[in-house]
Ligand binder design. Structure first.
Ligand code: PEP
Length: 249
């Protein structure tokens, strides 16, 4: 089965609402055929991005959400609030959330369950640190994160989940994984999804970690790499469009 590639830009803590709207207007005109695209603005710019993305091919995802439906969780945002803002989906389990905000596999799983139940699309991010790779723990870490993250989802929900393989050592460092390293991890993750849920051929697995316009094509040419989750290079509409073109083939 051929999977439609998917390129998403994670803006992290960048861009005001007017900047987000201007980006989406500039980017929408450059989106090639044959690839799904999304941007992940910060919460305060979601509504402006959604408005600018109306009647375009650009989907808008949040960078995080809380797993509870509502309650006394100061500073947090629920799945229902994201839907209310008009967003299409949510990024869950990014390594910066795991590293700097104490997110656990269990919490990531609760978020995935809640997001799917609410009807949001989900990108689930997983990946090993440099220390884990050096200690030959990559597959153990990926297995734990993927199994836990998808636990309790129906086969249909798993198939509709995008998994982003993001080696932590490659994020924001300029140290892109080689296509061989990335392909091996993607094939391993696809095998896990097949074993646990039987939908490996349908699930899209993005690569993330210092993807740029000049290295995207060789990564996306690998059979199990279905596009990318892009940080730094997603802040410029021309760069993100060039990366989306590389994914479209
Ligand atoms: C990310 O944060 O998801 C990411 C892949 O960042 P960068 O492309 O900057 O490495």
């Amino acid at each position: 089965m051929s999977r439609r590639p998917f390129v998403a830009g994670n803006w992290k803590m960048h861009k005001t609402a007017p900047e987000a709207a201007a980006f989406v207007r500039a980017f929408a005109g450059k989106v090639p055929e044959g690839v799904d695209v999304a941007v992940c603005p910060p919460f305060t710019a979601l509504a402006a991005a959604v408005e600018a993305a109306r009647r375009t091919e650009v989907a808008v995802y949040a960078q995080n959400m809380h797993q509870a439906e509502k309650g006394a969780f100061t500073g947090e945002v629920s799945a229902g609030m994201l839907l209310d803002a008009g967003v299409d989906g949510v990024l869950i389990g990014h390594s910066e959330r795991r590293q700097f905000f104490g997110e656990t596999d269990e919490g990531v799983n609760e978020k995935a369950l809640r997001a799917h139940a609410a009807g949001l699309r989900v990108i689930l991010a997983v990946g090993e640190t440099a220390e884990e790779r050096e200690a030959a723990l990559t597959e153990i870490v990926l297995e734990r994160q993927v199994r836990a993250g998808l636990d309790g989802l129906s086969a249909k929900q798993v198939a509709a989940t995008t998994i982003a393989y993001e080696p932590v050592w490659a994020i924001g460092t300029g140290l892109t994984a080689t296509p061989e390293i990335a392909q091996a991890a993607h094939a391993f993750i696809r095998g896990l999804v097949e074993g646990a849920h039987g939908v490996a051929e349908r699930v899209r697995i993005q690569y993330g970690g210092s993807v740029k316009p000049d290295n995207a094509a060789e990564l996306f040419a690998r059979p199990d790499i279905d596009g990318g989750l892009i940080g730094g290079a997603s802040l410029d509409p021309a760069d993100l469009a060039a990366i989306a073109s590389a994914a479209a083939g």
